[in-house]
Design a binder for this molecule. Structure first.
Ligand code: FDA
Length: 391
């Protein structure tokens, strides 16, 4: 088999790149070991696919080189992708924080991409394992379960390590290494965090409790829901902060984000303070959590018994609750992989490896990781578009 362009991986980035290259008249083959294309798209966003975000800016992506993603994100924007979704007649809505979801099903996005690949004349091989990729003359030889494939250009779009059950492998990283490209250390991101047994034990009754809070790590914080789980912490605020958190550092949780607890408690005391502290706190947060904060504070007695200084300390504790995660739930549940192919080794306009002409890396396999909320798919579309104009 001989093609112009072979795309390794039929995920979001690979399919988009194939469409763009195919539209330029290139003979494109996409190969994936999974039985279906775009499986992560299908399950994403609770089955509705949060396909982009209205607030895409490069500072919402983590990378050793934060400027790397700028070019691709500017040349194929969220508006460009929205135009594709509109042209395909897929209804969508903004849920929150600029996050755009399908009204119906994520499968509509997969179908749109498959249709566009078909129209662009792209060939798709599913259920086909990939082997070694080697230089062959001016092009490449890619070994596969269906035999060797010769291609002028190779686009690596095999994604990250998250959710191995869905076919994620370290294939792209190994391939990069085999061509001498540097990697930025990988780690699970957008992932629930775990607590040590002694910190978890008193929090166990809170499992399943969610609070509108803010999770802070160093100078960065995210104001969204925090969920207490049987193993530690989850919810969007925690998933977001997990990309910034490192072992050995703590988080502070604001358990009453956007509320002035000190003033609220004083007002409640004035209005008749013969209520338990936990009852007063429960006006600002879930009851179980209020009970926990009261216990941790060490304060006893009624609200009426507390001096201003005590209420201020209680409020400060609830607005800056310290917590020390010890790890994460790992790739089993992580939405994405932080790190990957070092962007220093890639051309930001074309995604081509600087030292290996004709070899490209796009999507999650690259050291570009977005926030939660449609950012990672936009990176897949934008980087896929960029390579599709060139390969
Ligand atoms: P992706 O992982 O999509 O595709 C890689 C492809 O390569 C797969 O089809 C895989 O089978 C194939 N492959 C891997 N190894 C191979 C090998 N050795 N041989 C052959 N094929 C191989 N993002 C977002 O923006 N909005 C959202 O709503 C969500 N929701 C979400 C939910 C869940 C549960 C997860 C796990 C992730 C998300 N994400 C998300 C993240 C998003 O899914 C992710 O960033 C993109 O899918 C990355 O696209 P890629 O094409 O780079 O990799």
């Amino acid at each position: 088999m001989q093609v112009d362009v072979i795309v390794l991986g039929a995920g979001a980035a690979g399919m988009f790149a194939a469409i763009e290259a195919g539209r330029r008249g290139r003979r494109v083959l996409v190969v994936d070991h999974a039985q279906a294309a775009g499986e992560k798209i299908r399950i994403s966003g609770g089955g509705r696919c949060n396909f982009t975000n209205l607030g895409i800016t490069a500072d919402r992506f983590l990378s050793k080189n934060p400027r790397f993603a700028v070019s691709a994100l500017k040349r194929f924007t969220q508006w460009d992708f929205i135009a594709r979704v509109d042209a395909a007649g897929i209804p969508w809505h903004e849920k929150t924080l600029g996050q755009l979801f399908c009204d119906g099903s994520a499968k509509q996005i997969v179908q749109m991409l498959l249709r566009d690949m078909d129209k662009a004349g792209v060939t798709l091989w599913l259920g086909c394992a990939l082997g070694a990729v080697t230089r062959d003359g001016t092009g490449f030889r890619v070994d596969s379960a269906r035999g060797p494939i010769w291609a002028e250009k190779v686009i690596v779009a095999t994604g990250g390590k998250s959710i191995p059950k869905m076919g994620a492998t370290g294939y792209g990283y190994k391939l990069a290494e085999s061509f001498g490209l540097p990697l930025v250390e990988t780690r699970p991101a957008l992932v629930p965090l775990t607590l040590a047994e002694q910190e978890l034990e008193p929090l166990k009754p809170l499992a399943g409790t969610s609070v509108a809070g803010r999770a802070v790590c160093g100078r960065i914080g995210f104001e969204e829901a925090i969920l207490f789980t049987h193993r530690g912490l989850s919810g969007p605020a925690i998933l977001q902060i997990s990309s910034y958190w490192r072992e050995g550092t703590g988080l502070t949780l604001d358990l009453a984000a956007g509320q002035d607890l000190a003033a609220g408690l004083r007002n409640a005391r004035q209005a008749g303070g013969r209520i338990a502290l936990r009852t007063a706190l429960a006006r600002f947060m879930p009851e179980k959590l209020a009970r926990h904060v009261e216990i941790v504070s060490g304060f006893t007695g009624n609200l009426a018994d507390q001096a201003n200084a005590a209420l201020d300390r209680l409020a400060a504790l609830a607005h800056g609750f310290p917590i020390m995660p010890v790890g994460s739930e790992g790739y089993r549940t992580a939405e994405v992989t932080l790190g990957g192919v070092d962007t220093d080794a890639l051309d930001a306009r074309t995604m081509e490896a600087k030292s290996v002409p004709g070899l490209y890396f796009i999507g999650e396999v690259v050291d570009v990781t977005g926030w939660l909320g449609g950012y990672n798919f936009q990176w897949a579309w934008s980087s896929g578009w960029a390579v599709g104009q060139h390969a």
